[in-house]
Write a protein that binds this ligand. Structure first.
Ligand code: DGL
Length: 259
């Protein structure tokens, strides 16, 4: 018998960043079907007004629901901060899982440590981040590092090019050898973790929200009786608002990139 548990999980971000979360989702839930939508035509979200991010997010969620999604993952810290509460209120019966900077596990690992939180300007400006820092920052020194332009640069690919290394150096170089942990609070940044590691020097532990989001999705699907049959292999499909063969090839490359 087919039912709601046969539906797919819709996953979205402003662009390629959400693919870092998609990878964690597929690894945690290999039997599920995932449809990824990257809004690359409208990236970056992190430098837009909040009403614009809300409208873009709402449009994507409504399209996914019209297509029969059984759950939604907002694989974007910025869109989660701006839109998750409103979207959950508008669709109270739908499982909507968001992502937030992984400050909680970082602060648990380094209770008196110095912790960088790299994220978009919007994420670091909104109340959600300040509440997170108040709730979990404890005795840590939490240093927010807004990174304007970084997500947009990652969208263009060419991750080994020197201009990108210079840009990252500009954001975090002053903290080299002076931090215990670095929270990658934008889903684009795990793709340049090695470059950030080079700029910060050895011995820094990295945290991102992908695995926590995947565990949260598993728990919510299980609670709703929505987990797919274990015997089946899940499918992963990609779509983009920049719907060109080159863009979709870039998405597949990011899905397979060794991290
Ligand atoms: N990847 C997104 C995030 O996690 C936003 C990047 C952007 O579009 O600015 O915040």
């Amino acid at each position: 018998m087919s039912g709601k548990r046969d539906g797919f999980v819709g996953v979205f971000d402003s662009g390629v960043g959400g693919i870092s979360v998609l990878r964690a989702l597929v690894s945690e839930l290999p039997h599920e079907d995932f449809r990824f939508f990257g809004d690359s035509a409208n990236a970056p979200y992190g430098e837009k007004d909040e009403p614009q991010v809300l409208e873009l997010s709402r449009g994507i969620v409504e399209r996914f629901l019209a297509q029969g999604a059984k759950a939604i993952v907002i694989a974007c810290n910025t869109a989660t901060s701006v839109a998750a509460a409103t979207l959950r209120a508008a669709h109270p019966d739908v499982v909507i899982v968001g992502i937030e900077p992984a400050l909680k596990p970082a602060a648990r690992a380094f209770p008196h440590g110095r912790i960088l939180v790299m994220a978009t300007e919007v994420t670091l400006r909104l109340d959600k981040y300040h509440e997170l820092a108040r709730a979990w920052g404890g005795e840590c020194e939490v240093i927010p590092v807004p990174c304007p332009g970084l997500a947009a640069r990652i969208e263009r690919g060419g991750l080994d090019e020197p201009d990108l290394a210079r840009m990252i150096e500009g954001f975090v170089g002053a903290h080299a050898a002076r931090v215990d942990a670095c929270v990658l609070g934008c889903t684009h940044y795990p793709f340049v973790r090695a470059q950030i590691e080079r700029a910060l020097g050895p011995g820094v532990r990295f945290f991102d929200g992908g695995a926590g989001t995947a565990r949260q999705l598993r728990a919510r699907l299980a609670a709703g009786g929505l987990l797919a049959e274990r015997g089946r292999a899940g499918r992963v499909e990609f779509a983009s608002s920049l719907d060109t063969p080159d863009e979709l090839a870039l998405y597949r490359r990011f899905f397979e990139l060794p991290l």
